[in-house]
Design a protein around this ligand. Structure first.
Ligand code: NAP
Length: 311
C-alpha cells in the first residue's frame, strides 16, 4: 500500500496537469493546485481531495507558504511562446530556482520537475529548449542535497485535450486543398498523457528515482508528415501535404508569429531541427510502464469532419 501524501502541484490546471492531478487524487493523495486562475478548471474543482488555490507562484515567499505541510511538490509550469511579461527565462529558469529554494525553506524534500526532450542549456537549437536545460541546471544547484529531484523529459504529449494533434486538426480544417508543412521529416515519438501522469505518480514516492532524469516516449517514431496524414485521415480532412524547404518554412514561421495564438514560430521551427525521439537513458519501462500507442487514441479524439465549416 502506497503512502498517501500531500502534494502541491504547479501547472496543475493545464493539459498534462489535469490528467496528473486526477491520477494523484485517485491514488488517495491530497493535492493542492496553485494557479493564477483556479476557478477556470472545473474538472479538478469537483474532486474531493483536490484543493484549488489562487497564488502568484513567481513570488518566492508565497510559494514557501503554499509548500508548508506538503510532502512533495510537482512543477509542470511551462510555455511554448513568450509574451510580454512571460519570458522563457522567468517561467523555465527563474521559477524552478524559486521552487527549489521554497522547497528548502518550507522543509519539502521531494520535487518532481517537468522539462522537455532535447533540453540542453548549451547546445539546444531553440531558446525554449535552452531555457528548459537552464531550468534543470538551476534546480540541481538550488535543490542542493536537501531536495530529492526527479526530472522528466517527454517528447510531444498526446491525449484528450492536447494542443499538438488538435492544432493540426484545426489547421487542416482551415487549409484549402493543400497543406504547406514545415519540417515534414522531423521525427517524433509521441507519448500518451496517461503514461506521463503515471510516470510522475510512480516516481513520487520511489527512492530509486531520486536524482534521476527520465525521457518519456511512445512506442513508435513518426515523421511529422506521417502524423499529419493520420490526423487528416481520422478527421476526414484529407489535403495534399506539401513539404516546405527550410527557407519557406522559416518564412511561414515568421508570418504565423503574428497570428492569434501564434500557431507556429521561428523558435518552434528551431526546436524541430532536432528529432524529438528517445535514445539513451532511463524511460517509461524503467518505471514499469508500457508505452501506449498513438493510433487508438486518435479514434474519437477529434470532432467529426462535418462539424468544421471548411472540412
Ligand atoms: N504538451 C506537450 O506536448 C509537452 C511536451 C514536452 C514538455 N511539456 C512540458 O510539460 C509542462 C506542461 O505542459 P502542458 O501541455 O500541460 O501545458 P499547458 O496546458 O499550457 O499548462 C501550463 C500550466 O502552466 C501554468 N502557467 C503557464 N504560464 C504560466 C505563467 N507565466 N505563470 C504561472 N503559471 C503559468 C498554467 O497554470 P494557470 O494558468 O492555472 O496559472 C497551466 O496550468 C510544461 O512545462 C511543458 O513545457 C509539454
Amino acid at each position: 500500500m502506497n503512502r498517501q501524501l500531500q502534494v502541491c502541484v504547479l501547472g496543475g490546471t493545464g493539459f498534462i496537469g489535469t490528467h496528473l492531478v486526477s491520477r494523484l487524487a485517485s491514488a488517495g493523495h491530497t493535492v493542492r493546485v496553485l494557479s493564477r486562475r483556479p476557478y477556470r478548471n472545473r474538472t479538478l474543482a469537483v474532486l474531493p481531495t483536490v484543493r484549488m488555490e489562487q497564488a502568484d507562484i513567481h513570488d518566492g515567499e508565497a510559494l514557501t507558504r503554499a509548500f508548508r505541510g506538503c510532502d512533495a511538490v510537482v512543477n509542470l509550469v511551462g510555455i511554448l511562446n513568450e509574451t510580454r511579461g512571460q519570458t522563457f527565462r522567468l517561467v523555465h529558469v527563474e521559477l524552478p530556482r524559486k521552487v527549489a529554494q521554497s522547497c528548502r525553506a518550507a522543509g519539502v524534500d521531494r520535487l518532481l520537475h517537468m522539462s522537455a526532450l532535447n533540453a540542453d542549456a548549451g547546445n539546444a537549437p531553440s531558446r525554449y529548449l535552452r531555457s528548459k536545460g537552464e531550468g534543470e541546471a538551476a534546480l540541481r544547484v538550488h535543490a542542493a542535497n536537501q531536495v530529492h529531484c526527479t526530472v522528466f523529459q517527454p517528447s510531444t504529449v498526446f491525449g484528450p485535450g492536447d494542443s499538438f494533434l488538435n492544432r493540426f486538426s484545426t489547421l487542416l480544417r482551415l487549409s484549402p486543398g493543400v497543406f504547406p508543412l514545415a519540417c515534414p521529416d522531423a521525427r517524433f515519438q509521441p507519448v500518451f498523457v496517461g503514461d506521463v501522469a503515471e510516470a510522475f505518480a510512480v516516481a513520487l514516492d520511489d527512492r530509486t528515482t531520486f536524482g534521476r532524469r527520465y525521457t518519456l516516449c511512445g512506442p513508435t517514431i513518426y515523421t511529422l508528415r506521417e502524423i499529419i496524414e493520420m490526423v487528416a485521415e481520422q478527421t476526414g480532412r484529407r489535403r495534399a501535404i506539401i513539404g516546405l524547404p527550410p527557407t519557406l518554412a522559416r518564412l511561414q514561421a515568421t508570418l504565423l508569429e503574428f497570428f492569434p495564438g501564434k500557431p507556429f514560430t521561428r523558435d518552434v521551427w528551431r526546436s524541430l531541427q532536432v528529432d524529438s525521439v528517445c535514445s539513451t537513458g532511463p524511460g517509461l519501462s524503467d518505471l514499469g510502464i508500457t508505452a501506449s500507442a498513438l493510433e487508438p487514441s486518435l479514434v474519437g479524439q477529434f470532432e467529426p469532419a462535418s462539424a468544421g465549416a471548411a472540412s
